[in-house]
Write a protein that binds this ligand. Structure first.
Ligand code: GLP
Length: 233
């Protein structure tokens, strides 16, 4: 694991955007795993600005989002589909058919999870996945206690996670479930970059740094992966 501490959120976002853009420059057909949340917004801002200066950055790139809420429409303000359009997809030349987000409104959610896993497999797996870090150590929506062998499935959200995401649901109807890639799905990515910043994350960052591998702290699974870069501010 490469551990890189930088001096500010701006530097973290710039470093992450550099990794993002240089990876798709190196492999224009890259398959990316993408996160949501507050942390990666600075990275997306710089990626879209960088892409505007280049030629056809995203034309052949494929993306798989880590997760999506259950029971809300794609068009809902708080959905991750809306987040991705707002922060990335609407600003770059990506082919909509190559962007994948689990459908949390599917009639058969189990089937949707299996379909999502097999779509990732059909694309040959993710080459590079960016992750945020939950205050309780969750990655995507894999809450503490999630087995490391887990794959894409429906999960119940913890109260702390629902509280952390409540701002995206001003009507107070914070979803209680989500579809998330599992820890094994994330770990199948060839390369992983985790971004962590903010005073609320310091405890989780310290716990990750301790190298203790424990299912009660999902991000600790990353210590068993051969190519992880942690960017901390
Ligand atoms: C949500 C997302 C995670 C994200 C986490 C942290 O729970 N499902 O993928 O990493 O929030 O978000 P933030 O960056 O807003 O702290």
């Amino acid at each position: 694991m490469i551990w890189e501490q930088v001096e500010s959120y701006e530097v973290l976002s710039a470093r992450a955007a550099d990794i993002f853009l240089s990876s798709i420059r190196q492999n224009p057909r890259l398959v990316l795993g993408l996160p949501t949340g507050k942390t990666p917004t600075g990275m997306y801002e710089r990626v879209t600005a960088g892409c505007k200066r280049e030629y056809h950055c995203f034309k052949e790139v494929t993306t798989f989002n880590l997760d999506e809420y259950v029971g809300i429409a794609r068009e809902h303000e708080g959905s991750y589909a809306t987040y991705m359009r707002r922060h990335l997809f609407d600003h770059v030349d990506i082919d909509a058919a190559r962007t994948h987000i689990p459908n949390g409104n599917a009639t058969n959610l189990e089937l949707e999870c299996r379909r999502y896993e097999s779509e990732i497999g059909d694309e040959g797996g993710m080459g590079l996945t960016f992750l945020g870090l939950g205050r309780n150590g969750h990655i995507a929506f894999n809450e503490p206690g999630t087995p490391f062998r887990s794959r894409t499935r429906v999960v119940d959200l913890s109260e702390s996670t629902r509280a952390a995401n409540a701002a995206y649901f001003p009507d107070g109807n914070v979803p209680s479930q989500a579809i998330t890639m599992g820890i094994a799905t994330i770990m199948s990515s060839k390369r992983i970059v985790l971004l962590a910043t903010g005073s609320g994350k310091q405890e989780a960052i310290a716990r990750l740094r301790s190298r203790e591998i424990n299912v009660d702290f999902p991000a600790s699974a990353l210590w068993t992966h051969p190519n992880v870069h942690v960017l901390v501010a």
